[in-house]
Design a protein around this ligand. Structure first.
Ligand SMILES: Nc1ncnc2c1ncn2[C@@H]1O[C@H](COP(=O)(O)OP(=O)(O)OP(=O)(O)O)[C@@H](O)[C@H]1O
Ligand SMILES: [Mg+2]
Length: 287
């Protein structure tokens, strides 16, 4: 089975050598605003559109993407340091053909690796270059050092917030911090749990306006996800809502947001620096 899967992957990879791989980090200021649900269903939405997405759980300690998918990962990132382990060996097959890599406690340990081990880890991640169109990192809430490094190394940051003032304030704190570290950082907003498009637009406009006025920074919105009881129902069933309730309002929001994302990507507004560039930047931050 493994050999077959390996061959298939090699074939796909060979066909897609020229395919740029974009690195996207999903984050938020306040916790519990829906990052993991968004990352998971966004990834599935991309796959629905024939776009290859690979999901990485970077939520330190509190990894929960696996719980949302109802799978128990057998391997995680750090298994890559064992002899003869490839990136394909640590990939879990999620629902809806979504491929997933569990961070385990791996990402906290990255900082402590010596150069040799870090180089080995990164070299073994490299085959993902050209295999995935988009690699999505789901991070934990708040501004941990590790999350900041991931955000600053990515091609783009998706910042999730709800329309509630504390979430908006914390989202702005993330924007401010990222801007202070790299004024050219690309941030896309996703407003989750909106009760109307109007509420979503008002929230996005508010954040964009403040960023423009105080930081002279352009921030664009990818769209809104409806506040929908199907999300919590799907979480309880440990199934992604896009698959469990494809016609629900939340699923429709995700599809339209994915459409918006693909349109922006096709205009190549955001340069895809690829996994190599990402890993080089990450190494620079770690060292
Ligand atoms: N669009 C939505 N509509 C209704 N409820 C939602 C929606 N999005 C998220 N939720 C609720 O919020 C809960 C938390 O979502 P999720 O785990 O995705 O947040 P998170 O930002 O990843 O949290 P953490 O900061 O702990 O990682 C979900 O279990 C669900 O009940
Ligand atoms: Mg989460």
């Amino acid at each position: 089975m493994r050999d077959q899967a390996e061959q298939l992957r090699q074939r796909i990879k060979a066909n897609n050598q020229a395919r740029p791989t974009k690195l996207v980090t999903v984050t938020s200021g306040k916790g519990g605003v829906g990052k993991s649900n968004f990352s998971l269903n966004f990834g599935l939405g991309l796959i629905e559109r024939g776009h290859k997405a690979v999901l990485f759980d970077v939520d330190l300690g509190l990894a929960n993407l696996d719980v949302l998918m109802g799978i128990t990962p057998k391997k995680h990132l750090f298994h890559l340091l064992e002899p003869d382990v490839t990136v394909w060996d640590i990939m879990e097959q999620g629902p809806g053909r979504l491929e997933f890599i569990a961070g385990g406690s791996g990402f906290t340990q990255i900082m402590q690796l010596d150069d040799e081990k870090l180089d080995l880890l990164f070299a073994r991640l490299n085959p993902l270059q050209g295999y995935a169109d988009t690699i999505i990192f789901d991070t934990g809430a708040g501004l941990s050092k590790e999350s900041i490094h991931f955000m600053l190394s990515s091609d783009e940051v998706i910042l999730v917030t709800t329309p509630e003032p504390p979430a908006i304030t914390d989202a702005y704190a993330v924007i401010k911090m990222l801007h202070s570290r790299n004024p050219a950082v690309k941030i896309r907003l996703v407003i989750n749990r909106v009760t109307s498009d109007r509420e979503g637009k008002m929230t996005a406009d508010k954040l964009a306006m403040v960023a423009k006025r105080f930081l002279e920074m352009e921030i664009h919105s990818l769209g809104y996800v409806a506040d929908d009881s199907h999300v919590s129902k799907a979480v309880k069933q440990q199934r992604p809502f896009l698959l469990a309730y494809p016609q629900a309002q939340s699923s429709r929001s995700i599809r339209s947001l994915v459409g918006q994302y693909l349109e922006i990507s096709s205009k190549a507004e955001i340069p895809a620096n690829g996994l190599k560039g990402f890993l080089a930047r990450l190494k620079h931050f770690i060292r």
